[in-house]
Design a protein around this ligand. Structure first.
Ligand SMILES: NC(=O)c1ccc[n+]([C@@H]2O[C@H](COP(=O)([O-])OP(=O)(O)OC[C@H]3O[C@@H](n4cnc5c(N)ncnc54)[C@H](OP(=O)(O)O)[C@@H]3O)[C@@H](O)[C@H]2O)c1
Length: 327
């Protein structure tokens, strides 16, 4: 079974790799519900305990899928979901411009959180969510107010642990003073390394785990993305747009060569590198294919030498990728 890691100072021991379910909503290509069930269950078979979803993925559909997949094996899973991206047109929120050129509507008010939580519990078909994140900080709501509302859900027994996603270090500190934060979710991979500068040191000081979203660079680090379909969500991401994709492929060619040299797949190298950055790191790779769950899970067994890690740091140094980031 896969190595376990403590989810921060306050959380339980869970598989060192989790599974991200967002791609099962077709953001990176078509998906179907039966295949999705098989894929999520395969992740649980490998001990990828943390299953990551959000109420906004597929406007609630992703939580329904995750709920169906864990039925009958609730104890094998550590279910993480998020609220705060408003996907119901009748609900209000604050506009947040992203670096990918689109806006999101965010609501971090306690009354909205309470309503969103009821929806998540209903769709997941469970009584308690293991880890509940604020998906983004609401620019119009102090983080203390948002986390104060989330803490009510812990007191009511509807949520076990609290998390924050896409937050800067100073907001984590303020939130943690209101209620212990168990995990922060942020984009972190050889494709995007800013978390190393201020966020990760702060999380380490406070004893909070870093859950890495898009640990495979939304697929880029697998070396398999050459073109994108018309409806592929990654068309919004400047790193995949126009000439940037070809330029980035050229810049990362030495990393691909290194995977070949080590006889591992590029996806496995990307995940193994993350796992070597600290025992407080939990990557949550996504895939629609059960066989790729197998491949990704085996990254947990790869040992990289200090020499190899040094070479990777040089080859895929911070700032290497061309194109703006989400936040
Ligand atoms: N908090 C946030 O704001 C936020 C934002 C984005 C994502 N997330 C979370 O992070 C999770 C993971 O991120 P992600 O899905 O965006 O990106 P990712 O895990 O970095 O990459 C997923 C992509 O890589 C491909 N892939 C996976 N394993 C592969 C392998 N072994 N070989 C070749 N290709 C492979 C998948 O294609 P196939 O499906 O064809 O295998 C998919 O296109 C999400 O599911 C979501 O739960 C959170």
């Amino acid at each position: 079974m896969m190595e376990k890691r403590n989810l921060g100072k306050t959380g339980p021991a869970i598989g060192c790799l989790g599974y991200g379910a967002m791609g099962l909503e077709g953001y990176y290509g078509a998906s179907n519900d039966d295949g999705a069930m098989e894929t999520i269950r395969r992740a649980l078979d490998f001990g990828m305990t943390m299953i990551d979803t959000a109420d906004a993925y597929g406007n609630g559909h992703n939580e329904i899928l995750v709920g169906r997949a864990v039925r009958g094996r609730r104890n094998d899973a550590f279910i993480a979901t998020k609220f705060g991206i408003v996907f119901d047109e009748k609900e209000s929120g604050t506009e947040l411009r992203t670096g990918w050129g689109f806006s999101l509507k965010i609501n971090g008010k306690p009354r909205y959180a309470e309503k969103a939580l009821a929806g998540s519990l209903r769709r997941l078909g469970i009584d308690t969510i293991d880890l509940w994140y604020a998906h983004y900080v609401d620019p119009a709501t102090p983080i203390e107010e948002t986390v104060g509302g989330m803490a009510e859900a812990v007191r009511a027994g509807k949520v076990r642990y609290l998390g924050l996603s896409n937050v800067p270090a100073d907001e984590v500190r303020r939130a943690h003073a209101v209620h212990p934060i168990t995990a922060v979710q942020y984009e972190y991979s050889l494709w995007r390394r800013e978390a190393e500068t201020a966020l990760l040191p702060t999380l380490r000081e406070l004893g909070i785990a870093l859950v890495c979203w898009s640990p495979l660079g939304s697929g880029f680090l697998t070396g398999t993305v050459r073109t994108l379909d018309r409806n592929d969500f990654r068309r919004n991401n400047p790193r995949f747009a126009g000439e940037n994709l070809a330029e980035n492929r050229a810049r990362y060619a030495p990393l691909m060569a290194m995977a070949r040299e080590l006889s591992v797949s590029p996806a496995q190298l990307a995940l193994a590198w993350l796992l070597h950055q600290g025992k407080d790191i939990i990557p949550i790779p996504g895939t629609r294919r059960p066989e790729r769950v197998d491949e990704n899970a085996r990254a947990a067994d790869i040992r990289l030498t200090d020499e190899t890690l040094k070479r990777i740091n040089t080859i895929a140094r911070p700032g290497l990728a061309e194109g703006a980031t989400l936040l």
